[in-house]
Structures are given as structure tokens and as C-alpha cells.
Design a binder for this molecule. Structure first.
Ligand SMILES: Nc1ncnc2c1ncn2[C@@H]1O[C@H](COP(=O)(O)OP(=O)(O)O)[C@@H](O)[C@H]1O
Ligand SMILES: CC(=O)N[C@@H](CCC(=O)OP(=O)(O)O)C(=O)O
Length: 296
């Protein structure tokens, strides 16, 4: 491409993106970067560039990340088995130590470094930093589909968020810093809790009245029984798909979080494919976003 053509293409792109940049100026966009969306270096750089570009465009991006597959790999290296109930990792004392090491340690710093390599100032945090998030032991029950009897699950140190203090995040929003947050939080009981990253992102987005909450995962969005993408999903439809088992595994906490985030006043929640390069920019700065938009 000649220099002339290239610069006119860029100008064209910029003029099309400009109204969206203005729409989101000073608005908070929480991006949940799932463990399954990570792993590819080139895609990681594209993600970091997108986050950097949001900040440079005057948006207030906040990254909340997961790391389920990375935790599983470390647990298996240590000879500890992973077990899930209702999409949540059963977390005993040894497991929560590894979870904190992997999430608030290696993964968090990797994402911070990727964003910094794009010329920005990312800062790695978890719920413990600045007394940002507090949790308590999650109390979960499931209904056995065969007997219809309710069963109480003991998930160990899996947390339910009880408080989000936005003081630190408000300070960072006024600064050059981009927060990158790992879903680990302390309890008032002195324990450390492992919180599903989707749930954590939803609670942060809710507390900040975020304009957008984006879930980057490894599938194009919520898929129907035939594996086709559902472009728009209402809250009652989503609840039905969970009951019918069409939405399963890790997609359950994701969709439940979308529902809660909408109920908490987040304007728009989208589940999209983090394995598509520049998924964030395409969603925010173009007319037709990809993925599944959850609506009331
Ligand atoms: N109806 C559905 N539509 C899309 N994905 C689904 C559905 N039901 C279950 N899933 C599973 O949920 C996974 C995404 O959740 P999860 O593994 O927790 O991702 P992440 O690590 O990105 O948070 C998908 O890879 C898919 O295997
Ligand atoms: C309680 C619980 O399940 N916590 C998750 C936290 C990480 C996470 O949610 O990572 P993804 O977003 O990559 O799935 C876990 O231990 O895997």
C-alpha cells in the first residue's frame, strides 16, 4: 500500500471511529479477559493495544482477568486435582494459595507488562489492594435434576463479594494508570477468597456504574442448542437456557453475572470472542459489535 493510500485509510477509519470515541469519553468500560482468551502472544499484544488505545481515546478502561486454565496447569504440576461444581472451582486451603500465586502473581504481571509495552501505565491489583473488594464464603445450593432435592455445596474458599470500595479506582481513573485486577479478595475473617473472574468483573462494573462490561472468552458468544451464535439475549431467555442446560459450565457464571450487572445498572453487557484480534476495539468503536448482547 502506498503511503498516500495508507494514510487516507487511517483517516477514514479514524473519522468513522470518532463518534464512538466521543460517546465513550470519560466513561468506564470494564473488560473481563478470560483465561481461555489468553495464551496466544500475537492476540495478547492486540488486546493490550486495544486497552491502550481506549485510554488514549479518553475512555476509562479497567481490566479484570481470569486464568482458570493457567491455575489448572499449575495445580496439575503440583499434583492437585481440579474439581468444579456449578462452574466454580472447589478451593481448599492449598488450592487458594496456588490460585492467588497464579492470578495475582504471574498472570496479573504478564498483562500489566503487555499493556506497558504499548506505552501505557498499567498497575496490577487484586481485591486486597486499597481495600477494594471484600468477600465472604460463598453459599451455593443446587437442585439435583433427578431427585429435585436441594443440595448445599461446600466450595471451600470460594468467595461471594460483599463490598466494593471504589476509592482507589476513582483515583486511578483521574490518573494515567490502567487498573488490571485479579479476582482474589480478602474476607473480614482473615481468609483469602477465590472469586470467579466473571462475577468479580460484574461486581466492579456494577459498583462503578460502568457504561460497558465486555466478557472476552473463547467462543463467539452465547451459542444455542445447534451451536449457532445468539446475537441478542434477553434476561428471561438466558434464565431459560440455563435451566435447559444449553448454557453450561463456565458460561453459567458468565451469563448470571451479565444478568446481575444489568440489574445493577450497567448499560450494556456483551460476551464476545477474545480470540478475534482487536475484539475490544471492534466492539466499542464500530457500529455492529460482535458477540452476544444481553438485554433486560
Ligand atoms: N451455550 C453456550 N454457549 C457458549 N459457550 C458455552 C455454552 N455452554 C457452555 N459453554 C462453555 O463455556 C465456555 C466459556 O466459559 P469459560 O470456560 O469459563 O471461559 P473463560 O475462561 O473465558 O471465562 C466455552 O468455552 C464453552 O465451552
Ligand atoms: C471460584 C472460581 O472458579 N474461580 C476461578 C478464578 C479464575 C477465573 O474465573 O478464570 P477464567 O475467567 O479464566 O475462567 C478459578 O479458580 O478458576
Amino acid at each position: 500500500m502506498s503511503d498516500m493510500t495508507e494514510s487516507s485509510t487511517q483517516a477514514d477509519l479514524l473519522s468513522r471511529a470518532l463518534p464512538y470515541m466521543q460517546r465513550y469519553e470519560n466513561r468506564t468500560i470494564v473488560v473481563k479477559y478470560g483465561g481461555h482468551a489468553m495464551g496466544d502472544a500475537e492476540l495478547g499484544r492486540a488486546f493490550a493495544r486495544d486497552v491502550a488505545l481506549l485510554k488514549q481515546s479518553g475512555v476509562n478502561p479497567i481490566v479484570v482477568h481470569g486464568g482458570g486454565p493457567q491455575i489448572a496447569r499449575m495445580l496439575s504440576r503440583m499434583g492437585i486435582e481440579s474439581r468444579f461444581e456449578a462452574g466454580l472451582r472447589v478451593t481448599d486451603e492449598k488450592t487458594v494459595e496456588i490460585v492467588e500465586m497464579v492470578l495475582a502473581g504471574s498472570i496479573n504481571k504478564e498483562i500489566v507488562a503487555m499493556i506497558n509495552a504499548e506505552g501505557e501505565w498499567a498497575i496490577g491489583l487484586c481485591g486486597k489492594d486499597g481495600n477494594m473488594v471484600f468477600a465472604e464464603k460463598a453459599k451455593k445450593t443446587v437442585i439435583d435434576p433427578d431427585s429435585n432435592i436441594e443440595r448445599v455445596l461446600d466450595l471451600g474458599f470460594v468467595g461471594r463479594i460483599t463490598e466494593v470500595d471504589r476509592t482507589l479506582l476513582d483515583l486511578l481513573a483521574k490518573s494515567e494508570m490502567i487498573p488490571v485486577i485479579a479476582p482474589v479478595a480478602p474476607g473480614r475473617d482473615g481468609h483469602t477468597y477465590n472469586i470467579n473472574a466473571d462475577t468479580f468483573a460484574g461486581a466492579v462494573a456494577g459498583a462503578l456504574n460502568a457504561t460497558r462490561l465486555l466478557f472476552l472468552t473463547d467462543v463467539p458468544g452465547v451459542l444455542d442448542g445447534d451451536g449457532e451464535l445468539i446475537k441478542e439475549l434477553s434476561v428471561p431467555e438466558a434464565k431459560r437456557l440455563i435451566e435447559e442446560g444449553v448454557i453450561a459450565g463456565g458460561m453459567i457464571p458468565k451469563v448470571q453475572t451479565c444478568i446481575e450487572a444489568i440489574e445493577a445498572g450497567v448499560e450494556g453487557v456483551v460476551i464476545l470472542n477474545g480470540k478475534t484480534a482487536h475484539a475490544v476495539l471492534l466492539e466499542i468503536f464500530t457500529e455492529h459489535g460482535a458477540g452476544t448482547l444481553i438485554v433486560p
